[in-house]
Design a protein. Structure first.
Lengths: 148, 148
DNA sequence: TTGCGTGCAAAGGTTTTGCATGGCA
DNA sequence: TGCCATGCAAAACCTTTGCACGCAA
């Protein structure tokens, strides 16, 4: 369709470069704005949103939505679409950490869904929510404390 | 904690009854508002939000978040907490339909994640996104058409 | 009678849009 | 030169909150 993504500007280059040098960062539009400013490159908020939209369309960046009303988080999806599109993501609801899980079991799941349920899972948009090990332990510790 | 959910009012009764008579509906707060008005029961928007919050807390209703900026969707979760908390949900990104998939394969998945990856999946908050069969076919048809 | 529930309006937050200017090609 | 990108401000959007009044218990 459109191999051309438009003009190459200072702002877009900065945003792309930020993601490339922080491939595991997942941050909101505002946080990205701040990070860029910290790097000495001031970019308007609207520009950040517009650039993120384009990057999402191109598949370069992925957008995660937690709960409505909160900011969406963006993360680098790799130059090649394979980096984060061939495995599932686990997001801890407590600490917010995003875990990348390339696992055969999960591949089987999507195959199963495709064959048995006629549903094509979009790895790029799907995030499994739950609680990671460190946080579960921490929660248990807290709940024991409060049992006075 | 609180077996008592407060007063029983005309508005709350109407909302609960709506969900009970439309157990598979998943709609936004605004849509619920409109549906109630159509039934002859006018309920203020804030009241709907407040009631939905309570129902979510109680586990009677679940809240789905699609993408940031869009409205959250609410759906009846049944009187017993088990109805929708023991299986996964598939949401079609094209038509928006929510599919309930109680499937052994998916149970295995969560067991696997718990044992192998120390991650506790929250069924209530996790939705797998993708494309359902009818929509995939429709998309294929469209893309063939545009190949002039 | 007490105090929660309601509804309106206003505030809060994130994201989008309009428009004049600036920069890429 | 032409056109897209930028950035500011304002708008749009969903949701929450403040406050006076009404209704359940």
């Amino acid at each position: 369709m459109s191999a051309e993504n438009g003009y190459r500007t200072r702002q877009r280059a900065a945003i792309l470069q930020y993601f490339q040098s922080h491939p595991h960062a997942h941050l909101t539009a505002e946080e990205l704005c701040d990070a860029l400013r910290a790097d000495g490159i001031s970019v308007g908020k609207s520009t950040v949103y517009r650039a993120l939209d384009k990057l999402c369309e191109a598949g370069t960046v992925r957008r995660f939505t937690m709960s409505a009303g909160e900011s969406a988080c963006y993360q680098y999806a790799g130059g090649t679409k394979e980096t984060c599109c061939t495995h599932f993501h686990l997001k801890c609801l407590v600490c917010g950490t995003l875990y990348h899980i390339p696992c055969e079991h999960l591949d089987e799941l999507s195959t199963h869904l495709g064959i048995q349920h006629n549903f094509t899972v979009d790895y790029a948009k799907t995030v499994l929510y739950g609680t990671c090990d460190p946080c579960r332990r921490a929660l248990l510790a807290v709940s024991k404390k409060s049992e006075t």
